[in-house]
Write a protein that binds this ligand. Structure first.
Ligand SMILES: [Cu+2]
Length: 294
């Protein structure tokens, strides 16, 4: 259902009609970010998101079937058993068979749904052997990414203000420094909050995990397609909650290694501290950094 409704998959005539109605060519859904008039979920770039999409679509068919069945029963009752069509009502109060059925059938349906649901939960939570780990620290109001396996460098990722956007860069999603990861590699993401709870979420990867102060959470993804994927902080965290996007650039392994080499040569990215910076120092640094970008 999601896929059928997806703008990108509309046929050419539908797009042409849309263009006539809108007076301009409608923006086609781009990979990795939400687009105007898009329906359904964003396209998947990981096996976990594939499974989430399949499960979601399956559930949609299931609930549509149940709703259709209940609607049909209601219509039958309204037509056949209203006071005019059925002046002498039945005095039946029990029907054991029907009562057993309306108890058992929902149990069977819920059990059938529970099996793939738990399978999916385990797939999300059971982190496979990771090729690299990245620590994402949520701060007010930007993300800091640390690469402990690739030279322990660390950098801040801040939103680019509207007046500094280059053509083609999405508004409210573009950042100055993207998280860069290699394609087809298992990336373990560890999250922590520096002062309040944030949430690290990338819809195309099917991940969302809270970044809680004093607690290290972790999740994983394996991006199977190169490109840039966007997400946003998904826990109300304060004034600029809406302005701390997440941008992940998935590149080939060779491009990733080159990027790591360059990252390690940047003196401003070098760090030995893997612990979060104290909140007081951070508040000052954050304010001056945000002032620079706005
Ligand atoms: Cu936040």
């Amino acid at each position: 259902m999601t896929k059928m409704l997806h703008l990108k998959r509309l046929t050419a005539p539908a797009v042409a009609i849309g263009a006539l109605v809108a007076g301009s060519v409608p923006a086609l859904a781009e990979f990795g970010l939400a687009t105007p008039w898009q329906l359904g979920m964003q396209d998947s770039a990981t096996p976990v998101m594939d499974a989430i999409t399949r499960f979601h679509d399956g559930l949609l068919y299931t609930i549509a079937g149940i709703s259709g069945f209940v609607l049909a029963l209601l219509i039958i009752v309204m037509i056949r058993f209203n006071a005019r069509a059925n002046p002498i009502p039945s005095r039946t109060t029990h029907n054991t068979l029907v009562e057993v059925l309306w108890t058992l059938i929902p149990i069977v349906i819920l059990t059938v749904i529970a099996v793939p649901s738990f399978k999916l939960l385990f797939e999300e939570l059971d982190i496979p052997a990771a090729d690299l780990t990245i620590k994402a620290t949520g701060k007010q109001w930007y993300w800091t990414y640390t690469y402990p396996d690739n030279g322990k460098f660390e950098f801040d990722s801040l939103m680019v203000a509207d007046d500094k956007l280059q053509p083609g860069q999405p508004r409210l999603l573009t950042v100055n420094n993207e998280m860069v990861v290699p394609v087809n590699k298992v990336v373990r993401v560890q999250t922590i909050g520096n002062e309040v709870i944030h949430s690290f979420a990338v819809p195309s990867f099917g991940i969302r995990i809270d970044a809680v102060p004093g607690r290290l959470n972790e999740t994983w993804f394996k991006a199977t397609r190169e490109g840039t994927y966007y997400g946003q902080c998904s826990e109300l965290c304060g004034r600029d909650h809406a302005f701390m996007p997440i941008a992940v650039r998935v590149v080939s392994e060779q491009a990733f290694n080159e990027w790591v080499d360059a990252a390690n040569k940047r003196p401003d990215w070098k760090t030995t501290a893997v612990e979060p910076t104290p909140p007081s120092a951070l508040a000052q640094a954050g304010q001056s950094k945000q002032a620079n970008l706005r």
